[in-house]
Design a protein around this ligand. Structure first.
Ligand code: CP
Length: 317
């Protein structure tokens, strides 16, 4: 297994199976600090910089919270408009990262351009963590999701994943790549104009992932151990910011999971994950059913980022 020290976390495409489990082991090791709300001094000599060119609630704050839990330092920006990258100058990724690398020991980046964190990694002498790039990937979210599945179901192999939503989304790309390393069946459901690209499907087939596509959630819900949801009513992820317009669409029933559906057709032990934020695809009355695990995911998101920071900064081997 490759060392994580100094490594960029850009994509799950090139992750080895053992590397997932190594990260999850470190999560378990560091989890008590988050559970007990007790900070440690493991990274007291290190600084994280968060460079967020797109809005975020969970990813940025969970990454910053993780660094605080480990006793490290945090600086950064959550609105590129207040930097030279987002004003008149439109400063390039290369020039920006050449500055930022002197300010911190690791950079967590979210960007509206697919590939921007990979471009940053070319120029930075410190690790870059991709916190979501356009339609590209969202590796830290999907590591969080899979860690949640492992904690809640005690395994990942052998489970049937039902992925519902916009298949162009970065989370969908990352979970597809990740699941190629596990013995899982996958069912995909998306509106026709948000269907998986031929290129992505070819990559999944090449890696022997067993998947099928169906049109309505009711065709597949009874098979699902893990229901993985994303909105189909959502912003354009290739824009720095996409405000909600006057009219916002409603989610068709094909792509919704309701409490009634879970009661009548879902598996008794199925769990529902959602990276959030949600629209109307997941009504709030699902929250207090035994299936909902998205709040556990939110907590695990801090633990997972603690593990990644500790690994790439060499605090654990
Ligand atoms: N899950 C996720 O990426 O949420 P944020 O956009 O709030 O970071």
């Amino acid at each position: 297994m490759r060392s994580f020290i100094g490594r960029d976390i850009l994509s799950l495409k090139d992750f080895e199976r053992a590397e997932f489990f190594r990260i999850f082991d470190v999560c378990d090791m560091l989890r008590p600090h988050a559970e007990n709300r007790r900070n440690t001094d493991l990274l007291k000599e290190k600084t994280l910089l968060t460079a967020f060119y797109q809005p975020s609630t969970r990813t940025r704050l969970a990454t910053e919270a993780a660094m605080h839990r480990l006793g490290g330092h945090v600086l950064g920006f959550s609105d590129a408009k207040m930097t030279r990258a987002g004003d008149f100058y439109q400063e390039s990724i290369k020039d920006t990262v050449h500055m930022l690398e002197y300010y911190a020991d690791v950079i967590a980046m979210r960007h509206f351009q697919q590939g921007a964190p990979a471009e940053a990694a070319k120029w930075a002498s410190v690790p870059i963590i991709n916190c979501g790039d356009g339609w590209g990937e969202h590796p830290t979210q999907v590591l969080t999701d899979l860690y949640t599945v492992l904690k809640e179901r005690s395994r990942i192999d052998g489970l049937h994943f039902l992925c519902i939503g916009d298949m162009r989304m970065r989370t969908m790309h990352s979970i597809g790549y990740a699941l190629t390393k596990f013995d899982c069946e996958v069912t995909l459901i998306s509106p026709p104009d948000m269907s998986p690209t031929d290129e992505w499907k070819a990559e999944l087939r090449e890696q022997n992932l067993r998947f099928r596509e169906v049109e309505h959630v009711e065709e597949a819900i009874a098979d699902a151990d893990v229901i993985y949801m994303e909105p189909v009513v959502q912003p354009d992820y290739t824009k720095a910011r996409d405000e909600r317009g006057e009219s916002v669409g409603k989610t068709p029933s094909n792509y919704k999971v309701t409490r009634e559906m879970m009661r009548e057709k879902g598996r008794s032990d199925a769990i529902i994950l959602h990276s959030l934020p949600r629209m109307d695809e997941l009504p709030v009355d699902v929250d207090n059913t035994r299936h909902a695990r998205y709040w556990e995911e939110a907590f695990n998101g801090v633990v997972l980022r603690m593990a990644l920071l500790a690994l790439v900064l060499g605090a654990v081997e």
